[in-house]
Ligand binder design. Structure first.
Ligand SMILES: C[S@@+](CC[C@H](N)C(=O)[O-])C[C@H]1O[C@@H](n2cnc3c(N)ncnc32)[C@H](O)[C@@H]1O
Length: 303
């Protein structure tokens, strides 16, 4: 029960810390953020605060219904917060403003810290930051012959893409994404950094390919990135996989996560199975593979 975590005297801070420590064992959340979510939940639990007025012992607190409700609600909110791709709107807004003030003449190193700050607000893209060099180093090896690149469900990923390094061959990068916040950031980037290179298109897979083609003028791409996308779509709406099966690109680069975005567990086996099945049903053969500690990536083509 972890009673050693509990201070002798019952304090609101002690209760919050207890809930947070238990939640950290299960969820991949930053401690400060978990604390703030739990604190907010507790402040909105008048019944629990009233119960504390009766000066219960910790044992009584842990056994009480009101604590059970509080604990469950706080954990649900922690989990929900982790499922949100866009997590920090204040940082996002100020960073996008900084980005807009740059120009094509600005040295790339001045872009880098701003782009990282924005990418960090998208949980899924941020996860890659710890192993970004390892990931992009390997990815670029498969993009040497690529001039047109499509990125489906791109999130904020194009902000981290190494256009300065091996990505120089790429003439057109289309980032297609349904999330307006991502599109706002990518559009700001595309307008100041090498205009004409990145095209941020607000698009939903459900719209299908013709709509994307009408907006980009590109019917078929050299390569497509579907990074950490297929397992998400498999979970949310499998009918969309039928559309993804006809993704108009020669080389498919499809990745999955090795660890859960929210929980302290490995999901690699399940994600590999989903992606392998998807590729097989799309008539693609896996011709290469690479991985980092938190992501694996298949390269597939029609052979
Ligand atoms: C797990 S994130 C991966 C983001 C990015 N590819 C990366 O690896 O950093 C999945 C992304 O797919 C997008 N997405 C989910 N369903 C979509 C749909 N139906 N159409 C377009 N994008 C979608 C989400 O908004 C989210 O940004």
């Amino acid at each position: 029960m972890g009673n050693n975590l509990l201070p002798e005297e019952i304090t609101v801070d002690g209760i919050i810390t207890y809930i947070v420590q238990q939640a950290l064992k299960k969820y991949k959340i930053d401690e400060k953020r978990a604390y703030s979510i739990t604190n907010e939940t507790l402040l909105k639990s008048p019944k629990f605060l009233e119960f504390l007025n009766n000066k219960p012992t910790f044992k009584q607190v842990l056994k009480s219904r009101v604590f059970e409700d509080l604990n469950r609600t706080a954990r649900q909110r922690i989990y929900y917060a982790l499922r949100q791709y866009n997590s920090d709107s204040a940082t996002f807004k100020s960073s996008v403003e900084s980005l807009k003030s740059l120009s094509p003449e600005t040295p790339y190193n001045e872009y880098e810290s701003i782009l990282k700050e924005i990418a960090q607000t998208h949980t899924s893209t941020a996860e890659r930051l710890n192993h970004a060099d390892e990931f992009y180093g390997q990815l670029l090896g498969f993009l040497e012959d690529t001039q047109t690149l499509l990125d489906v469900g791109c999130g904020m990923q194009p902000l981290l893409f190494p256009f300065q390094e091996g990505g120089k061959e790429i003439k057109t990068y289309v980032g297609a994404e349904k999330d307006k916040t991502c599109i706002e950031a990518l559009t700001a980037f595309s307008e100041v950094y090498k205009p004409g290179l990145l095209h941020a298109i607000e698009w939903n897979i459900a719209h299908n390919w013709k709509i994307l083609e009408d907006r980009t003028g590109i019917r078929f791409y050299d390569a497509v990135l579907m990074l950490k996308l297929v397992p998400v779509i498999d979970r949310i709406d499998r009918t969309l996989l039928e559309i993804l099966r006809f993704t108009p690109a020669r080389k498919w680069i499809v990745s999955g996560s090795r660890e859960s975005m929210t929980r302290q567990i490995s999901i690699e086996k399940r994600e590999r199975k989903i992606i392998r099945r998807f590729l097989e049903q799309s008539g693609k053969t896996i011709i290469g593979e690479f991985s980092t500690p938190d992501e694996f990536c298949f390269i597939a083509e029609s052979v």
